[in-house]
Design a protein around this ligand. Structure first.
Ligand code: NAD
Ligand code: LMR
Length: 334
């Protein structure tokens, strides 16, 4: 269900995308223009880039026009984020450096952390009702920086992307069980979008039937969890660049479900500022099982967690606490 509380009074959906000339945006923008998060609704695109990449973003605009998407409205290019965010209903914060081979995502904090404070302030001022997805890495802590600066934006409107991890986990489990991904429900990826994440198949079902035993505890701990958690690095190793089309696809899945609702009782993985659920301290942007109800993310409550799950959740929580302490130390958050 699309909400009608946005500041945008036209029927069109205003979508702002930073990093618009980058590799993720090169897939994301075309899927947005095709109406994938807003079927039947006109889409205005605001492409935000830094000055050196402005001309390349103009080239992307030319291609968007050349594709003659029936739902595409205005496309504009901005180097001033505040101008690009004006009246945005939906914001994808993709603009940030990707990591290189051998780096961890947290190694990007010094370079990318500085981007998200000013963008948070700008969003709070010109688009307080926007739904925001942080994709740029390290996504969770960048989103925590953003949330600390985005006065006036409800905490559950600021999210970081766990959906790529969620989709990767579904795909690995579907292959193991030899079932289509569409048969699976109950997956969750807890914590940080990093190697410490906890892809949790404990509640996984295939066509409604529990499959944890069938997957096997050895396969889960020796293959599934490390494979999903380190998939980003594996893609960089094999493709030579970090994931792009699959990241864009996950961003589309995240925003479509947010706007239109998740299916029935099913949940997906979303990182958002903790409200204390499952004992996770407030202020950490943490991957939780979430449902989208009436256009808002709600953390699924009441999942019973065993000792091993609690330990794995504590591990990823600790890493996020360390990242948050580091960005405080660096002055990105007061
Ligand atoms: P890219 O280098 O191809 O593109 C990034 C773009 O951002 C560049 O065009 C750059 O000019 C622009 N940019 C930099 N600073 C900006 C700013 N302040 N405002 C606006 N634009 C700015 O990188 P990419 O492959 O598109 O990846 C982008 C980010 O997404 C990286 O940090 C990457 O690690 C991350 N990523 C996250 C996930 C996830 O699941 N959360 C998945 C894949 C990639
Ligand atoms: C991913 O998971 O593919 C992205 O976060 C890119 C990366 O650095 O791993």
């Amino acid at each position: 269900m699309v909400d009608n509380t946005s500041q945008n009074t036209s029927d069109a959906l205003n979508v702002a995308v930073t990093g618009a000339a980058g590799q993720i945006a090169y897939s994301l923008l075309f899927r947005l223009a095709a109406g994938e998060i807003s079927p039947g609704r006109k889409v205005n695109l605001r492409l935000i880039e830094i000055e050196p990449a402005k001309r390349a973003a103009e080239g992307v605009t030319m291609e968007l026009k050349d594709a003659a998407f029936p739902l595409l409205g205005d496309v504009t290019v901005h180097t001033d984020a505040r101008e690009g965010f004006q009246d945005a209903d939906v914001v994808f914060l993709v603009g940030a450096k990707p990591r290189q081979k051998g780096q961890e995502r947290a190694d990007l904090l010094a370079a990318n952390g500085a981007i998200f404070g000013p963008q948070g302030e700008a969003l709070g001022e010109v688009a307080p009702n926007a739904r925001v997805l942080v994709v740029g890495n390290p996504a969770n802590t960048n989103a925590a920086i953003l949330a600390a600066h985005a006065k006036g934006i409800a905490p559950n409107r600021i999210t970081a992307m766990m959906r790529l991890d969620h989709n990767r986990a579904l795909s690995q489990a579907a292959d193991r069980l030899d079932v289509p991904v569409s048969a699976l429900s109950g997956m969750v990826v807890w914590g940080n979008h990093s190697a410490s994440q906890f892809p949790d198949a404990t509640a996984l079902r295939a066509a409604g039937e529990p499959v944890f035993e069938k997957l096997g505890t050895e396969w889960i701990s020796e293959e599934f969890i490390p494979r999903v958690a380190k998939r980003g690095a594996e893609i960089i190793e094999v493709r030579g660049h970090s994931s792009a089309a699959s990241a864009a696809s996950a961003a589309i899945d995240h925003m479509r479900d947010w706007l239109l609702g998740t299916e029935g009782d099913e949940w997906v993985s979303v990182a958002l500022p903790s409200d204390g659920s499952y004992g996770v301290p407030e202020g950490l942007v943490f991957g939780f099982p979430c449902r989208s109800v009436n256009g808002e993310w709600e953390i699924v409550q009441g999942l019973e967690l065993g000792e091993e799950q609690k330990q794995r959740i504590a591990r990823t929580q600790q890493e996020l606490e360390e990242e948050l302490a580091a960005v405080r130390e660096a002055g990105f958050i007061d």
